[in-house]
Design a protein around this ligand. Structure first.
Ligand code: NI
Length: 306
């Protein structure tokens, strides 16, 4: 198991709010869970957790890390994929869908989906400039509490044509929470994101890729990943080259690549990654595009197989 520590940033926002920033699955013994009811505190650089190579390494995640089938219809509770959600009413049902499809046929093209977790942050604006310059679209899994801190970044993500999904309100471990707590995390963040973008949120990436089994039905498609650059490990000693090398070594058609716009060195790695993969014939698409716009609610996706 990797032993690197990941910096955890917790910021006092309100009496019951603390934030943590990280997205990689950790062993249960090493996970840090910040629940909505945690007493208020100000923490910086608290010990983090170790990482595995995929979001699905623990029993909490029912999909194997190598799962790349299309559309990988793994229901979170064994029910029929596409079945109407039975959980809380999803906010924003009347809002328009996000990002139209760009007529890319990912059954033929070498598609790859860049995904950015744990933002928005002070680095997101620079990342959006890079994506615009590269003329590509990505998918952002934002934290509701950070969206409240950086609302312009979320507005611009949507305005620039990127897809914005939820990464929860403040990054707790869903595998250790009640259904009601999970739904509160999701509903609060979805409401915040939709108030900024004016578009319906349809995608969820659980923090750490950790899920309760069974997960409550949220009506959102659950998007994990199958390509992990471990970019956040370069947080203390900035090393974009490591992230670039990892991305280039692991990229394959149909993959979902995990990066974090909460870290400057990760953003530094994006332009070289995109340029080099474009040169290899890759087309960059959003998550809905990667799956031909046919994502189903409460189904887990980790990538598109070839
Ligand atoms: Ni995260």
């Amino acid at each position: 198991m990797p032993s690197s520590r990941h910096p955890l940033v917790a910021v006092l926002l309100a009496s019951t709010l603390a934030l943590s920033a990280c997205a990689t699955q950790a062993p249960a013994s090493a996970r840090v869970s910040v629940t909505p009811t945690q007493p208020a505190s100000v923490q910086t650089m608290a010990p983090g957790h170790t990482a595995t190579t995929s979001p699905s390494a623990s029993a909490a995640s029912p999909t194997a890390p190598t799962e790349t089938q299309m559309p990988a219809p793994t229901s979170t509770d064994g029910s029929v994929p596409g079945e109407k959600p039975s959980g809380s009413v999803q906010p924003g049902a009347s809002l328009p869908a996000q990002a139209s499809l760009d007529n890319v046929d990912c059954s033929k093209a070498k598609c790859i989906a860049l995904t950015f977790d744990d933002g928005p942050s002070e680095y997101t604006s620079r990342l959006l400039d890079i994506l615009k310059q590269q003329q590509i679209h990505a998918t952002f899994f934002v934290l509701g509490a950070w969206a409240k801190l950086h609302p312009d970044a979320v507005r611009r993500e949507a305005a620039d044509g990127h897809v914005v999904g939820t990464h929860s309100w403040n990054h707790p471990d869903f595998s250790k929470m009640t259904d009601a707590q999970i739904m509160d995390q999701i509903n609060r963040s979805v409401t915040e994101i939709q108030s900024l973008t004016g578009k319906k949120v349809t995608l969820l990436r659980p923090p750490y890729g950790a899920m309760k089994k069974p997960m409550p039905k949220t009506g959102l498609s659950i998007i994990l990943w199958n390509t992990d650059t471990h970019d956040w490990q370069n947080w203390k000693v900035p090393n974009p080259q490591k992230t670039i090398s990892a991305a280039l070594a692991q990229a394959r058609p149909g993959c979902i690549l995990l990066l974090h716009d909460s870290h400057g060195p990760s953003v530094d790695a994006v332009a070289p990654i995109v340029s080099k993969l474009k040169a290899k014939g890759y087309t960059f698409v959003t998550i809905p595009e990667l799956f031909d716009g046919k994502l189903q609610p409460d189904v887990i996706y980790t990538g598109r197989g070839k």
